[in-house]
Design a protein around this ligand. Sequence first.
Ligand code: OAD
Length: 260
Amino acid sequence: DDLERLADDIRDAETVVAFTGAGISEPSGVPTFRGDDGVWDKFDEGQFTYGRFRRDPEGFWNDRVELQRVMFDGEYEPNAAHEALAAMGRDGYLEAILTQNTDGLHGEAAESVGDESAAEEADETTILELHGNSQRVRCIDCGKRVDGDPIFERAADGERPPTCDCGGVYKPDVVLFGEQLPGAVIQRARSLARESDVFLAIGSSLVVEPAASLPRLAASSGATVGIVNLESTPVDGSADVIVREDVTDVLPAIRDLVEK
Ligand code: OAD
């Protein structure tokens, strides 16, 4: 069947790339952006543009504190889908995980399966966080990156906007609307998509760039493209295999077939 086909191709492939979106973290309790109860139902994308951050950092941080509360409230942990990918990475079946998520859960899963070298630039499975990481902030003047928790706490306590020791304003270390993805990151993602023999798009609506073009690029470069998503996507026509089931059922099943 479809999963067998994906598993066979993964076993035969030299380069397998997983590309993930909010749907992979939904079973961990992190809300998705679109669809019922999506984050963009509660907030307006316009509140989080780069232009607004520059124009009105106080207002931006007011809203960002709320967004952080809605998205990352309480404890959330990697689920069976993150863990299946991490285990396949550790076992040499996965070249890279490209993620649009900023929740850091792929990194945590890699650590929990004992693939601690998995990180940007490591030799093991590359985890490329295309949209940055919500658990970090970065000073827009001196460029220093620091753990976000204490800064979000300071912001929640009323420091608007939170600032670095150097006096510069902190910005969540994520890509805002109207902000370019770093050129090196997007080039790396594109070349991985081109090189891939199997490209799995997992839990993404595939409506924003570069999400929409990466699986198409992989397909036109000859990869087997699999889409794992509860709903249809605009890229379904370019896919070889479409699996419309929960990520926490599908990914462990693929892993079992690959590693059996
Ligand atoms: P979306 O919220 O647009 O899409 C999530 C997809 O996951 C939907 O198509 C759901 O059907 C699917 N899904 C949800 N739960 C699932 C589950 N348990 N199993 C399988 N599929 C499931 O999220 P993204 O595609 O990641 O950008 O959104 C892309 C970008 O748009 C985000 O990174 C964010 C947003 O604006 C920035 O913040 C820059």
